[in-house]
Design a binder for this molecule. Sequence first.
Ligand SMILES: Nc1ncnc2c1ncn2[C@@H]1O[C@H](COP(=O)(O)OP(=O)(O)O)[C@@H](O)[C@H]1O
Ligand SMILES: [Mg+2]
Length: 284
Amino acid sequence: MADSGAPTLAAFAAALPPEEARPGLGRPGARPVEDADNAALAATPPLLKVEALNQYYGGSHILRNVALEAACGEVTVILGRNGVGKTTLLKSLMGVVPVRSGTVRFGGADITNDTPYQRVRRGIGYVPQGREIFSRLTVQENLQMGLAYKRGGTALPKELFELFPVLRQMLHRRGGDLSGGQQQQLAIARALAAGPSLLVLDEPTEGIQPSIIKDIGRVIRMLADTGLPIDGKPQRMAIVLVEQYYDFAAELADRYLVMERGEVVQRGRGADMEREGVRARMSI
Ligand SMILES: Nc1ncnc2c1ncn2[C@@H]1O[C@H](COP(=O)(O)OP(=O)(O)O)[C@@H](O)[C@H]1O
Ligand SMILES: [Mg+2]
């Protein structure tokens, strides 16, 4: 594993340009999208591809022909006000609710009918809205839950603690005793424990103090840019991020989608969000 001479996360973090050299983390100035990049992206099939997804709760039509793609190395942000179907979309991606029609493909395979644990095993990590920490289990036990569906080793990757040092200090505390921000970090670390190639996050900034929001933003950018060296060589991850906090979303987005009443009504490049009036759509 990581002890086979693979560089540690700390080494990767050290190799990253300092934050002041990467203005706005995900902003275009930090990572210009060149034509060559675009050509390369077009040539690489997206890791995740959702097509014509429809979802109902009883008789209510909740998702309407939703299409979504996510590629490695990119943060794809889904924006939309309360109740438009963002969480339902992520639950459908994870198989937490069955899909009525449409397809979900991951790494080229049709996973539309996979169970949630099969999806985790294929390499999808999920950080649910509200975090869903096991409050009576310790931090360590919560992290071990993240390994439950993994084949092979059950040791917690040490990279998780390099990413979120506070979790090492809190290892034997109960999840329920952590602050909201610490619980969010725990939920992300739990999802990363199995070494996913796609990380899906549902409103990770909800109810969290600004300093931790910044830390979480930095981690998300880094996961997309360099990945985590869990189980060998780090690979750039695909990130799907649901957000209502516009500034955080705009800072991280390589691609964006806006949802209204179960439909994707706008999509584009993160660099164009401001110009394309996404902020106004969120605040109406
Ligand atoms: N379990 C459920 N049963 C019935 N309706 C639901 C359920 N969960 C969500 N809804 C409804 O589905 C719509 C979309 O909800 P949700 O996906 O949670 O939106 P968002 O995450 O964008 O706030 C809302 O109208 C909500 O009231
Ligand atoms: Mg939601």
